[in-house]
Design a protein around this ligand. Structure first.
Ligand SMILES: Cc1ccc([C@@H]2N[C@@H](C)[C@@H](O)[C@H]2O)cc1
Length: 449
């Protein structure tokens, strides 16, 4: 055990109302929007295949050239209300917006840098427009903030000299002030999503990450921070040197999900996975033909998979420089939304059931006791859905769309739910009622071999 000053401040899940609301929201919309959306991955007629929000580095663009994109930022098609309505139709309960990505450009009129929205032709406070529009739709807003800042002269990747220390301390003060400004000026914001904290400079300043967490929770009671903000006294990140999760939820799953059989450890804490629609594009890229683009159903399965393991799913949208949402993303919002309309109850306020994963799909446990959801993605040709129950649990009924299904106990703690043998265009939900005692195991004999 290490004696830590800046390690985990709590063990176990937070149980306060703000965290229960964040947990119950389950499904969020990530939005990456900044100057990078203007070139959209193309520079001087050349398409760069790496993530569009990294174009400055992949195309080796000088800082002054990149920063002058600010004078072009004037999204004629931007409507915060339209974005919020689309997110509402999709069934998102929260939205996480990049207030400042690695490029350092701020979507709000920050007092601490000129590199912000007020100096663009657009001029207005985009963050306020988004917070107001999404909150008006009943959707919570969270802020993404990149500690890594390519624009700020005092940013350092590592601390190699006394000058680095002095400069980086100025940078940490700047970032602290910006975060306090965000928490103060946008009081309805519920959570802070930190990124760009992997460099040695931040790892050597775990104290600062601890102070930021404390400040945010003082300025904004109930505020939630992700584990990615945090480094401890010894530079350990996400989990402190004693293995305790720092921050309020684990945010290590980026473009990947935990395995429902081998990664069940994640069910012990709150966590969130964030996901791109293409293989690796967070900001708007003009050419999506360069990689696989996930379909609405692939993404819907990821949402259910995540819920089944007690996590939140943050699905990314990258609006174009003119503020429009590309057709692929509109279709995703519409198709996922059509299913969530009727089946959101298997996602919202639902989580890990603790039952063994089966091939046909996922279990989710609603807050109602003695019921369980089966979300079927892979219907077997037999139409028979295998269910293994924890010892002593009995399934009393199974129904889909209010219609009862035959439930057959075939071995100790094992059932088959008899489902229809036909093709379905969307995942099917079966509600199980449990309770009472399973039949005594006596009638099932183990083979003597
Ligand atoms: C190597 C790497 C650095 C930063 C990222 C950023 N984290 C995601 C949440 C996006 O913001 C991406 O730009 C991704 C990969």
């Amino acid at each position: 055990e290490f004696k830590l000053q800046y390690g985990a401040q709590r063990t176990g899940k937070r149980t306060d109302a703000a965290m229960e609301r964040w947990r119950g929201n389950r499904f969020g919309q990530f939005i990456h929007w900044g100057l990078y959306a203007i070139p959209g991955g193309v520079w001087n007629g050349k398409t760069y295949n790496y993530a569009a929000e990294f174009l400055k580095s992949s195309a080796k663009i000088p800082g002054s050239t990149w920063d002058s994109l600010m004078y072009q930022f004037n999204p004629k098609k931007f409507s915060a209300k339209e974005w919020a309505r689309m997110a509402k139709r999709m069934g998102a309960k929260y939205m996480t917006i990049t207030t400042k990505h690695h490029e350092g450009f701020c979507l709000w009129p920050s007092r601490f840098t000129e590199f912000n929205i007020s100096r663009t032709p657009y001029g207005k406070d985009i963050l306020k427009e988004l917070v107001d529009a999404y909150n008006a739709e009943g959707i919570d807003v969270n802020f993404y903030y990149s500690v890594l800042d390519w624009h700020h002269p005092d940013w350092r990747y590592d601390i190699k000299s006394p000058e680095d220390s002095v400069a980086f301390r100025r940078y940490l003060d700047f970032a602290f002030n910006q975060l306090k400004e965000l928490a103060t000026n946008y009081p309805t914001v519920k959570a802070f999503w930190f990124d760009g904290t992997w460099d040695n400079s931040v790892k050597k300043n775990g104290w600062w990450t601890y102070e930021v967490e404390q400040m945010l929770k003082q300025v904004s009671p109930g505020a939630i921070v992700n584990s990615r903000l945090r480094a401890d006294d010894r530079g350990a990140r996400h989990f402190d040197s004693n293995g305790q999760l720092m921050g309020d939820y684990e945010s290590g799953y980026e473009r990947r999900l935990p395995d429902p059989v081998t990664d069940l450890k994640v069910t012990k804490w709150d966590w969130e996975a964030c996901m791109t629609v293409p293989e690796n594009q967070w900001g708007y890229h003009k050419d999506w033909s360069i990689s696989h683009v996930k379909s609405p159903l692939e993404l819907l399965e990821m949402l259910v998979h995540t819920t089944s393991m007690g996590g939140n799913f943050l699905l990314n949208f990258g609006p174009a420089g003119d503020g429009s949402i590309r057709p692929e993303e509109q279709r995703i919002a519409a198709e996922i939304g059509s299913w969530m309309q009727n089946n959101g109850n298997v996602i919202y306020n639902s989580g890990y059931a603790g039952w063994e994963k089966q091939d046909w799909g996922y279990f989710t446990a609603p807050s109602r006791p003695n019921t369980l959801n089966m979300v079927v993605f892979n219907l077997p040709v037999s139409g028979l859905l295998k269910v293994k129950v924890p010892a002593g649990v009995k399934i009393s009924t199974a129904s889909t769309g209010g219609k009862k299904l035959r439930v057959e106990e075939i071995a100790k703690n094992q059932y088959l739910v008899h489902f229809e043998r036909k093709w379905f265009a969307m995942p099917q939900v079966i509600v199980l009622e449990t309770g009472g005692e399973g039949k005594k195991g006596a009638q099932y004999q183990d083979a003597k071999t």
